[in-house]
Design a protein around this ligand. Structure first.
Ligand code: UD2
Ligand code: MN
Length: 287
């Protein structure tokens, strides 16, 4: 009888898969979006270790990587995490945050940093799902599920820009801000193009790649999948910019030759912090 009891207790220890829809979700959220230091964040969320958050009472259905392209937005980064972590906790996500920083002051290349995040994440673990996340977009509803699906997804279905009252759809065919790909989908589209230095175009290129591989541009509910954009200076949209309109005309032709498979960078630093994996890379603009 003791043996049976023992066995039963062991069985109890085995965790189940987390439910598809977690309990305790609230819907629309507020955000004070006040500055917070990494130290304060660590105190608030001591369960984060090496940038990873895991459910305690069940096994997550997928392992998620959130890739944040980054340069000089320290305050935004921590405001974002302060809002994002409680949502992901409630969603019982197994998530690791990667901050991918571009060194130097060459024109920013968001899309290349996405590729770097994907490639470097493989050194940390095996991820099923990738969400590429602008540092300044704060999710405002916890039914916004950070999960992958049959098609790549635009999470940022609607965005409330600074000073505007309502979130709105950016434009038909918008595919920037926050997007999600399963590992297989990202490999399938050969990731992002590496050629978009400076502001703009890279997100449109990614949509062309996605549609070209016969995926659909799924429209998610804008009442749920909406974000607030934190205040920042408008970028210098001209400086060092490549001719993004010209590049876009060849997006599909370049897709298999140029992208994740040809990403080049110099890894300056990669280390664990409690809240994230920090990666710093240099790019060679003239290459
Ligand atoms: C828009 C898109 C963005 C991207 C960009 C063009 C929205 C809400 N977002 O962003 O997804 O397509 O246009 O490239 O429409 N970043 C830094 N430091 C910098 C510059 C950029 O960290 O100096 C990162 C950061 O994660 C930021 C993202 O790149 O959120 C996009 O750059 P942005 O916010 O300066 O440009 P924005 O708002 O026009
Ligand atoms: Mn922005």
């Amino acid at each position: 009888r003791d043996k049976i009891l023992e066995h039963f207790q062991e069985q109890q220890e085995v965790k189940d898969l987390c439910p598809l829809v977690s309990r305790g979700l609230e819907g629309n959220l507020s955000c004070k979006c006040e500055p917070i230091t990494p130290k304060e964040l660590q105190t608030r969320f001591p369960e984060l270790k090496d940038g990873r958050l895991m459910p305690t009472d069940c096994i997550a259905r997928e392992r998620l990587a959130i890739i944040i392209p980054y340069r000089d937005r320290f305050s935004h980064l921590h405001v974002l995490l302060d809002q994002l972590i409680p949502i992901l906790k409630k969603q019982q996500a197994d998530v690791t945050f990667f901050v991918v920083e571009q060194a130097g002051d060459e024109p920013f290349n968001r899309a290349l940093l996405h590729n770097v995040g994907f490639l470097e994440s493989a050194k940390v673990g095996s991820f099923d799902c990738y969400v590429f996340h602008d540092v300044d977009l704060v999710p405002m509803n916890d039914n916004n599920f950070y999960r992958c699906a049959a098609n790549p997804r635009l999470f940022a279905a609607a965005i409330q820009r600074y000073g505007k009252r309502k979130p709105r759809i950016m434009y038909h065919g918008y595919f920037g801000g926050v997007v999600g790909f399963s590992k297989a989908q990202y490999l399938d589209v050969n990731g992002n193009s590496n050629l978009y230095f400076g502001w703009g175009g890279e997100d449109d290129d990614l949509l062309l790649r996605t549609l070209n591989k016969a995926y659909k541009h799924v429209r998610l509910n804008t009442q749920v999948y909406h974000y607030r954009m934190l205040k920042h200076e408008r970028n210098d949209r001209k400086r060092g910019n490549v001719d993004r309109k010209l590049l876009l005309t060849t997006a599909e032709d370049r897709q298999d030759m140029e992208g994740l498979s040809t990403t080049k960078y110099k890894l300056n630093d990669a280390h664990y912090e409690p809240l994230y994996v920090w990666i710093n890379v240099s790019m060679n603009v003239t290459e």
